[in-house]
Design a protein around this ligand. Sequence first.
Ligand code: FES
Length: 164
Amino acid sequence: MPVYPMPPLPSADKRWKIVNGTMRRHGFARHALIETLHTVQTSFGYLDDESIRFVAKSLRVPLSQAYGVVTFYHYFSLKPPGEHTCTVCTGTACYIKGADRLVAYAERHLQIKEGDTTPDGKISLMTARCVGACGRAPVAIFDGELMGDTTAAKLQEQFERWTV
Ligand code: FES
């Protein structure tokens, strides 16, 4: 852990733990900026002012630098994704347990590609590299709530709950 005071996580949303995990893996070094912003993007589907400030403060980089990175790379989005977000973990442990089939199922069911949002703006489908719950693989996160032992049936159930 760094010796300087860390900002509190912006909320209890479990995705912040994933973001924090990325920074921790890099010893909270400044060079982790892009990868950490990338983790925010894959976990939440976009970056807002709060998340950019949190990352900049945690890594002690000037806010202008963090904004510079976000606006320079087209990969990053400042727009909110769909009303709901489903993130399927495609890290090694989850991959071994069939995460690729889950992504393919979700893409078919929602008729969108990973990284996209349904045309009605309801659901965004994201993937993440290891969300730190390998023992429960394959893992999916629905609006910040982690689900272990995910199956296509469980995905379908959740999608249906979101679209009624
Ligand atoms: S690989 Fe999916 S939680 Fe670690």
